[in-house]
Structures are given as C-alpha cells and as structure tokens.
Design a binder for this molecule. Sequence first.
Ligand code: C5P
Length: 300
Amino acid sequence: MSSVTVRVPAKVNVQLSVGPLREDGYHDLVNVFHAVSIFDEVMAKESESITVAVHGKWSDQVPVDDSNLAIRAARALAKHAGRTYGADLIIQKAIPVAGGMAGGSADAAGALVACNELWGLGLPFEDLMEIAGDLGSDVPFSLLGGTAVGTGRGEQLSELPTGGTFHWVFALANGGLSTATVYAECDRLREAAAADVPWPQLDDTLMEALGTGDAYSLGAHLSNDLQAAALNLRPELAPTLDAGRQHGALGAIVSGSGPTCAFLAIDATHARDLAQSLTATGAAHTTVAAHGPVHGATLV
Ligand code: C5P
C-alpha cells in the first residue's frame, strides 16, 4: 500500500461543564461532544521520514514543524509499535484552525488511523484511543465521532445514542483562540467572582433531547462554561450569537473554546436560510451548514 486517506469530522460541544482547576493544570469536565459534517482529510504516503504538508482553507495558520499534532501522532504511533517508520502526511483542511472545533485533534486522529493502515500495524481501536488520549484531550473523540460524553480531561468517553440528525450553522471568526488561553480566562473570571466551582454534572434534559432527537429542547439546553471567557476575549462574538437567535436559531453557543459560533437549526432548509441571513446581514463573514452526528475518523 503506497497511500491511505482518512476523513475526520469537526466537533461541537453541546454541553461543556468545566470543574475546578486540577493540580496538573487541566480541568475535570463533563463534555458532551457531537461530531458534525465538516471534514479534514489526512493522506499518509510511504516515505523515509515523517513530514506534514497542509492544504486548503487556513492552511497557512497550521504549523508544519514538530509541534504539528499530526506529526506528533505519527511519531507516537511509531514509538508504540517500537520501530522507526516514515510517512508524508498531506492534510486537506476544512475545519477552522484554533476555532473550537477540534481541527488539530482531527488531524492527529486522522494520522493515527492512516499510519496504522499504511504501516500495516493492525493495532486495535483501543490502542489508538490510548495513544490519542496522550496527544490531547479531544483526540479520542475525533477517532470515535458520533455523540459522546467525555469525563476526566474529556478523554474518557461513553457513547451516547441520538434519536436523529441535528442541523447546525457555524459562523467562522477571523483568527483563532488558544484553548489554554480561554481556560485561563475562565479561571481568572471565576477567581475574580470568588465563585465556588461545582463538580460538573451531566444535564439530564439535554441527554433526553439527544436521545429523542428533539432539536427544540436540545437548542434550549445547550451550555458552555467557556463561553463567558471566550466572549471576554472576543466581545464581537456576542452580537453574532444574538443575530443567530433573532434569525430563529433554536440555540446559539460558542463552540468549545471558540471563536467559532454554533447555531442549532430546525432542519436542513432552516440551516441554509440561517447561514444565508447571518452573512447577508453582516453578522458573520463566513458560515458553514453541517449536520451531526457523523462517524469519527474513517478510511476512505
Ligand atoms: O489536552 P489539550 O492539549 O488539547 O489541552 C489544551 C489546553 O487546554 C491545556 O493545556 C489546558 O490548558 C486546557 N485544558 C484544560 N482542561 C481540560 C482540557 C484542556 O484546562 N480538560
């Protein structure tokens, strides 16, 4: 086999509850991930060494040095297999970079699946999930896809059955936000408010809405503890969220650590109309309509 291609989805968090800061610098979460139909493609080609090239939207914002998460994934996989392997990784990006949609995690998950195949390692999914968890809190979910609750740092996953397809609109922002910066801002706001930080709890009504496919109830129960921090860092996102609500979104929320904003629509037609209204009124410069849940990293 001389090349392998893997398609990996973006995610939105329909519930992101952030617990107190841990000693290791992370936060315990209740993180309800939902994979949506915006995909990066990761191709792995036979090579002597491990390299990465990035094409498509925002490719200039992705580092191609050793900090690239796909390179780190391929190296971690080779190390796990106990041998030196090479692969040229060619990434076609559609997921916003540093947008709160797990774009970097998607590329890492894609590299794991692609290199496992290219190198003929045949490692089971559980091994890939373990390596994924060491690479980043969101990488296991990018492998799994669908809808799932993440606890711990977000890497311990339980799959959630959903009762249908949900339709979304994403408003993309100019420039990304660093996840670590947004978590730090969340800590700062909590410290300033001297607020007690409760242990995160799964929202039962949200679970029921996902299970029955009730978009109205899901929209009403979307929640994100990082939203206040993201809005503090990017105040211009607040009017974008308001505009979505005014145009009939069932729910409007910052996606993960932002700055992408996510809007839940009634159906596919409403999503198209909402996307168009947001750009036509200048509330967003670029919008993408998508649906979820979709599969995690998949060979194509
Ligand atoms: O795990 P990952 O490398 O994606 O996390 C990026 C940053 O986000 C961490 O360095 C940390 O600052 C923050 N984070 C956190 N708690 C989590 C997940 C991420 O504080 N559960």
